[in-house]
Design a protein around this ligand. Structure first.
Ligand code: NAD
Length: 264
């Protein structure tokens, strides 16, 4: 049995994770951690609840900490878990490359810090296909669309997609034809051309009703190619989360991206 502690257990992703872990025969949810109270009748009463990761680890000695909290909390949670030698499976977005590098230096021997910008297999496949397409069609823009309560923009998935595209373009020596940037924005309409991630334009849409969606549009002379992935329900992330909980015990060090943990 893999003993799992879940930070952010009262949140949207946390609630879906609780159900997914309860349905996995080889995983046991030994602790829920949240600052907010869990909803009545949500089934959480069966799980010991704690208000901090340090209390949960001291009381329940989990094998893995799964973190779906908020950008302001995740770094401290990871640091606490790593100090206790607990493997981490992190879905919370907003961790910068500099923060990840600092955390990597704190990983004890034999412990794994796994971070996935996106746990949905379809989104991971989209990123791989986008990297492949960028070798031949280097002009590209990303539109990411999320629910209106998302705390960070652009999404971690969009940043990761941009990194993979930039790497693929550089490897292939593929140079974009280019397009107007911020200098073309009309006065009073600043932001119309989006943000830059690794030299790729990213547009963030936030609307109620959405879950997590991404469109990558490539343009070339006389043709376009559009790749799109839609997470319509948070259950789309669960196979990836469960696979990561199983895999981290066999791995060590910092691993970023589901494609580097399981054979897709
Ligand atoms: P949410 O706001 O519904 O839930 C976050 C929960 O974390 C809240 O209940 C909050 O009280 C709790 N929390 C805050 N600080 C805490 C702390 N120190 N310890 C314990 N709990 C704490 O958010 P959400 O929609 O569930 O998303 C959570 C994170 O997961 C976000 O960063 C989101 O971008 C990310 N996300 C990642 C993926 C992925 O595939 N990697 C998919 C969906 C969402």
């Amino acid at each position: 049995m893999i003993r799992v502690a879940l930070a952010g257990a009262a949140g949207r992703m946390g609630s879906t994770c609780r159900e997914a872990i309860a349905g996995a025969v080889d995983l046991e949810l030994v602790a829920g951690i949240d600052r907010a109270p869990v909803a009545e009748g949500s089934g959480a009463a069966e799980v010991p609840f704690f208000s901090s990761v340090s209390e949960a680890i001291a009381a329940t000695h989990p094998d893995v900490l799964v973190d779906f909290t908020v950008p302001a909390s995740v770094e401290g949670n990871i640091r606490t878990a790593l100090a206790a030698g607990t493997d981490c499976v992190v879905g919370t977005t907003g961790l910068s490359a500099a923060t990840l590098a600092a955390l990597e230096a704190e990983i004890p021997q034999g412990t794994c810090l796994f971070v996935a910008p996106n746990f949905a297999i379809g989104a991971v496949l989209l990123m791989q296909l986008a990297a492949r397409a960028a070798r031949w069609m280097p002009d590209v823009e990303i539109i990411e669309l999320h629910h209106n309560l998302k705390k960070d923009a652009p999404s971690g998935t969009a940043i990761r997609t941009a990194e993979l595209i930039a790497e693929a373009r550089a490897d292939a020596g593929a140079t974009p034809l280019g397009a107007p940037g911020k200098e073309s924005e009309a006065p009073g309409y600043e932001g119309a051309r989006g943000a830059q991630a690794e030299g790729i334009t990213v547009h963030s849409v936030r609307l109620p009703g959405l879950v997590a969606h991404e469109e990558v549009i490539f343009g070339g002379p006389g043709q376009t190619l559009t790749l799109r992935h839609d997470s319509l329900d948070r259950v789309s992330f669960m196979p990836g989360v469960l696979a990561a909980c199983r895999a981290v015990s066999e791995r060590s060090g910092l691993i970023v991206g589901l494609e580097n943990l399981i054979d897709l």
